[in-house]
Design a protein around this ligand. Structure first.
Ligand code: ZN
Length: 112
């Protein structure tokens, strides 16, 4: 995740405030990964800045190819808004196959 944020780069994301979490023992119907935010009300009540969690479901994520893992991670990072404020962006208009592929190609070319 940190590598992606720095290489693409996604300057509005603070990798120190994105926690990656691998879950095991998934129940059915859950996807490969999910992005959570610390809602504004929690930030204010606890006196904390915004944080995000990217959870991957071990049983599904771990067996994916490296390319697919990177794309899943880009997908989840795209849910984080430019404000990094504690909200989440919807799929429509933001987290699209096209946007993911574009950032993936940029990551590969900047990595070289
Ligand atoms: Zn999504």
């Amino acid at each position: 995740m940190e590598d992606l944020v720095k290489t693409i780069p996604l300057g509005y994301i603070d990798p120190l405030r994105v926690v990656c979490y691998r879950s095991k023992g998934s129940r059915s119907k859950r996807g490969i990964a999910r992005c959570y935010s610390l809602l504004k009300i929690w930030q204010q009540a606890l006196g904390l800045p915004s944080y995000y969690i990217i959870e991957v479901i071990s049983e599904r994520y771990d067996r994916m190819s490296q390319e697919d893992k990177v794309k899943v991670m880009i997908h989840e990072l795209l849910h984080i808004p430019k404000t990094f404020g504690g909200g989440l962006r919807p799929h429509a208009g933001y987290v699209t196959r096209r946007a993911i592929d574009q950032l993936y190609l940029r990551y590969l070319s900047n990595k070289r």
